[in-house]
Design a protein around this ligand. Structure first.
Ligand code: PMP
Length: 429
């Protein structure tokens, strides 16, 4: 029998042919100063490494696996689709069906354009905002991450932040001079920029729940305040719902918070694990996009039939099981409560943020409601917490500035296992 290679062996080989041994930086486990586990398969709430060890997975492929891994309904939809061919580069019925479903479930959108990643969705949304308003400047928030397109890699969160390069090399100054950076949960910082750049700002783009600096909830009135400011200054409001879409609620953050956005971007969840993104808006905006209008955007594999089958199966399942949202939220609430109690018992300074099925522990005694608060977390302590949990079979985001994702597959028994692991780990911190 062939002996399977270990994670360590695979990583050594990977380092020779992939930068950092990975195809996306966070996977390299650098922020926690470890070597990554190579994953062989995943099922339900578990992922399994090549050594055959199973872990309760709270990364969930960074969000898409809201039903757990390898859900039979999605897998079967993909298997059926594959039989008909992998890509046509031509329109299909499934693309129309998934767009119809998204328009039905998401408030304030009439039309959808499918792309292949969250990055592409946001990059295209910005182009649309600029094309439609005839303005060049955009406002983003420090510590929010919107994918790796040039103009958004300024003060970025996620692994750009963890890796020490929130503003990437290789992005011309000329490109980023149009990107203005405000502070999350600080409306004055937004208004100052809008005022100083009157008539020049195309859009304000925000993660309605900041989830790439760890999870930071919007303060009451923050999102509605952005709406008011955008209306006052003639800028479009873009909700980047790559994480919150179909996760906070079926209608995403717009439905959850009751705030209307002009353009909404999606990724992750709408592909059910396949590479998909989308940007959406009302008709008059979307008809600015080619072939209707002058804003060009295209994609050879966009609306790929296999990806659409997975996405359609997942969104249809969510639509017919809306009860899962309160179910998962309760699990996250329970975990947040238990973690707080454990931290107090063991005298560990932890501040837990939770909303819907997203949560984050920050290793700081103060509450975290801004990027500056989030950055105050003790990342060394996070690394020790991560390592301790991994050793006990719990797979968390390998960096502080990420979210913990819950899925419908996380049972009470697994939550209890997680609590016991955290009890031991907090005791040792
Ligand atoms: N926007 C947000 C809010 C994200 O969290 C991410 C990825 N984590 C992206 C955009 C980029 O998506 P992708 O990695 O699919 O390009």
């Amino acid at each position: 029998m062939n002996r399977h290679k270990t994670s360590q062996e695979l990583f050594a080989e990977a380092l020779k042919v992939l930068p950092g041994g990975v195809n996306s930086p966070v996977r390299a486990f650098r922020a926690v100063d470890m070597a990554p586990r190579f994953i062989a398969r995943a099922n339900g709430p578990y992922i399994y490494d090549v050594e055959g060890r199973g872990y309760i997975d709270y990364v969930c492929s960074w969000g898409p696996m809201i039903l757990g891994h390898n859900h039979p309904v999605i897998r079967e939809a993909v298997e059926r689709a594959v039989k008909d061919g992998l890509s046509f580069g031509a329109p299909t019925e499934r693309e129309v069906e998934i767009a119809q479903l998204m328009v039905e479930l998401v408030p304030n959108i009439d039309m959808v354009r499918m792309v292949n990643s969250g990055t592409e969705a946001v990059m295209s949304a910005i182009r649309l905002a600029r094309g439609a308003t005839g303005r060049d400047k955009i406002i983003k928030f420090e510590g929010c991450y919107h994918g790796h397109s040039d103009c958004l890699l300024v003060g970025a969160g996620s692994s750009a932040l963890a890796g020490g390069h929130p503003t990437s090399a290789g992005v011309p100054q000329d490109v980023v001079r149009h990107t203005l950076t405000a502070q999350f949960n600080d409306l004055d910082s937004v208004e100052r920029l809008l005022e100083a750049n009157r008539g020049e700002v195309a859009c304000v783009i925000v993660e309605p729940v900041a989830a790439n600096m760890g999870v930071v909830n919007p303060a009451p009135g923050f999102l509605s305040g952005l709406r008011t400011l955008c209306d006052k200054y003639g800028a479009l409001l873009v909700f980047d719902e790559v994480i919150t879409g179909f996760r906070l609620a079926l209608g995403g953050a717009q439905a959850y918070f009751g705030v209307r956005a002009d353009i909404v971007t999606f990724g992750k969840i709408i592909g059910g694990g396949m590479p998909v993104g989308a940007y959406c808006a009302r008709r008059e905006l979307m008809e600015e996009v080619a072939p209707c209008g002058p804003v060009y955007q295209a994609g050879t594999l966009s609306g790929n039939p296999v990806a659409m089958a997975a996405g359609l199966a997942q969104l249809s399942w969510l639509k017919s099981h809306p009860e899962i949202y309160s179910m998962i939220e309760e699990k996250a609430l329970w975990l947040a409560r238990e973690f707080r109690a454990l931290a107090e018992n063991h005298g560990v300074a932890v501040s837990i943020n939770q909303i819907g099925s997203l949560l984050s522990p920050f290793f700081t005694p103060s509450s975290v409601s801004t990027f500056v608060d989030a950055k105050g977390s003790d990342v060394g302590m996070y690394a020790r917490y991560f390592a301790g949990m991994l050793e006990r079979g719990v797979y968390l985001a390998p960096a502080q500035f990420e979210a913990m994702f819950l899925s419908a597959a996380h049972t009470e028994e697994l939550l209890e296992h997680t609590r016991v692991a955290a009890d031991e780990v907090f005791a040792a911190l």
